[in-house]
Design a protein around this ligand. Structure first.
Ligand SMILES: Nc1ncnc2c1ncn2[C@@H]1O[C@H](COP(=O)(O)OP(=O)(O)OP(=O)(O)O)[C@@H](O)[C@H]1O
Length: 541
């Protein structure tokens, strides 16, 4: 069958639209040129009127009468003098033209002397990397023109480069990570250490863009985030990295900030999280923040290997199944969680086969949160018990389908002791604290596009969800409210997020939960869940 030609409107439409747009732009430019004096004068009249209004407002009330009289007299005299009104109009228009002139100072023509020196020094430093002797017209040569190599640049108030575009020759091996790393290190050192840089390589355009990143805000306190069920805010990041923002309160202020949101649940592609850091980097704080968010819609079992009672504030609260601090309690709790995962799977499977919706008691999300499980593994081995991590296999492998999420925090030096199941199934990753690029790559699977900063506040690091990009991260301050060093503002912020204490089911009075550093007895337990939660853990201790 012969193909019918496109209607004319479709084939020539875009050309006509483009021509029309050009005509409109030319007409607008000409009109602006012709009307320029008028625009200037009307702007001047507006400014004069505003000045008059200000003067009138500033004049004390008792002097307004004489002032009005003076103005009226001047108007009368001008009106009576020959050619007075004409002269007055000419004077007024001249004054308006003078006041309405464009007063924006002309942009500086180029960099000043010190800035030029910096750019020259950067250019010279790049010459050995971006030139080869065979190049007949090298873009980079000693004593060459840096203006051609750096099409755009910006300086901060301290006179250091904060943005730079760099053209490089097409033969530079920008696809090789080592070659890139050499250039990035050099630029980092020459542009000023102690700041974080982002390097964007445009391989098609042979253009490298270097941007200095402002520090992420550290004044974000724990608070309720506006998120959907199953979404967990890990922290804040750069605006360029994520598609959405969250309205957050900073004391009295409210600001929209870009968050790193981790989606959990049955549709999540990264159903479990691993957090790694050095001591004091803020891993426990991140876990506390995750637990407070998880408790909004689910039940949480907490296993604390550090034994410092940093989750004591959560003991005995609604939704907190147990806070376990020792090997015996941890093993009992994790065994229960593994059985519960299997039970949920079987129940959901049976319901599916019968053509029913999954039963109600399999739908409430269950969270298993472990802080430093390798310590418990060590203690368990000493007592001749199994490693608690071995009980995580089922929740890690089948948790996604059963609504069970596992969160593990561990220190760098114990990473080797993490089980294969933990390493294979935790596809959401966070690294906190100062870490070299190699360490970051080892945990996140990809280096960040930014240079790691040498000094970072607690809670600062990087996050990567699955195979997505590496984001800079600042965790909201969620300290232990029972810690004496915690400020009153932060204590109140965390306390306000805690669920209410679980109503006692027997006559025993509700006691304030105290972590038991001894044999692993549960420090605070409650049956907040719809199924037989590890109350047995409590009884067995
Ligand atoms: N995001 C944060 N914002 C502000 N302060 C934080 C943040 N994260 C942690 N801190 C502070 O840093 C200190 C250490 O935090 P945290 O206990 O969470 O670290 P950690 O990595 O678990 O180390 P450790 O295992 O030694 O306890 C605490 O005083 C805590 O209040």
């Amino acid at each position: 069958m012969a193909r019918r030609p496109l209607p004319r409107i479709l084939s020539t439409g875009s050309a006509q639209i483009a021509r029309g747009r050009d005509l409109a732009r030319t007409a607008a430019d000409s009109a602006t040129d012709v009307l320029h004096p008028l625009i200037t004068m009307s702007r001047g009249l507006r400014r004069l009127a505003a000045a008059g209004r200000r003067k009138w407002a500033d004049t004390p009330k008792d002097r307004r009468g004489p002032l009005l009289f003076l103005v009226a007299s001047v108007v009368l005299v001008v009106a009576l003098v020959p050619y007075g009104p004409l002269l007055a109009v000419i004077t007024l228009m001249s004054a308006a033209a003078w006041h309405g002139r464009d007063r924006t100072p002309p942009a500086p023509a180029g960099p000043d002397e010190a800035q030029t020196k910096r750019l020259e020094s950067l250019y010279e430093a790049l010459v050995p990397y971006f030139s080869v002797p065979e190049d007949p017209a090298p873009l980079y040569a000693h004593g060459g023109e840096w203006e051609k190599a750096f099409p755009s640049y910006e300086f901060d108030d301290s006179g250091r480069v904060c943005h730079l575009s760099i053209h490089y020759p097409a033969y530079f091996t920008d696809g090789e990570p080592d070659a890139r790393a050499r250039i990035e290190q050099l630029l980092h050192a020459k542009s000023g250490r102690g700041r974080e840089y982002r390097f964007e390589w445009d391989e098609e355009g042979n253009l490298l863009t270097v941007t200095v990143l402002p520090p992420l805000p550290t004044d974000v306190a724990a608070q309720r985030f506006v998120t959907a069920p199953g979404e967990i805010v890990l922290g804040l990041t750069d605006p360029a990295g994520v598609p959405r923002t969250l309205p957050l309160t900073f004391g009295e202020e409210r600001r929209d900030v870009p968050p790193v949101v981790w989606r959990t649940g049955t549709r999540s592609t990264e159903p479990h999280l691993l957090v790694v850091g050095d001591p004091g980097s803020g891993t426990t704080t991140l876990l506390r923040s995750v637990v407070l968010q998880a408790l909004q819609h689910g039940d949480v079992l907490i296993v604390e290997g550090g034994g410092t009672g940093e989750f004591a504030c959560l003991g005995g609260r609604d939704g907190v199944l147990a806070v376990e601090c020792g090997p015996a309690g941890a093993l009992a709790g994790l065994e229960w969680a593994a059985n519960e995962t299997e039970r949920r799977l079987i129940a959901a499977n049976r319901a599916r086969q019968a053509g029913h919706a999954p039963p109600e008691d399999t739908r409430r999300p269950l969270w298993i949160v472990l802080d430093r499980p390798t310590v418990l593994g060590h203690l368990s081995a000493a007592e001749g018990r199994v490693d608690p991590q071995s009980l995580l296999q089922v929740p890690l492998r089948h948790g996604r389908a059963a609504g069970v999420t596992v969160v593990v925090a561990e220190q760098f030096d114990a990473l080797d002791s993490l089980s294969d199941a933990v390493r294979d199934h935790t596809r959401a990753r966070v690294v906190l604290g100062p870490a070299s690029t190699d360490r970051l790559e080892a945990v996140l699977g990809s280096p960040p596009r930014t240079t790691p900063a040498p000094d970072v506040p607690p809670g600062r690091g990087y996050a990567r969800l699955g195979s997505g990009p590496v984001h800079r991260l600042q965790v909201p301050a969620t300290p232990d409210p029972y810690d004496e060093a915690t400020s009153e503002t932060h204590r109140q912020a965390v306390l306000s997020l805690l669920p209410p204490h679980t109503a006692p089911t027997d006559a025993a009075p509700a006691a304030e939960p105290v972590p038991d550093p001894g044999d692993g007895a549960a420090s605070g337990m409650a049956s907040g869940g719809p199924v037989a939660a590890p109350v047995a853990v409590t009884a067995e201790g």
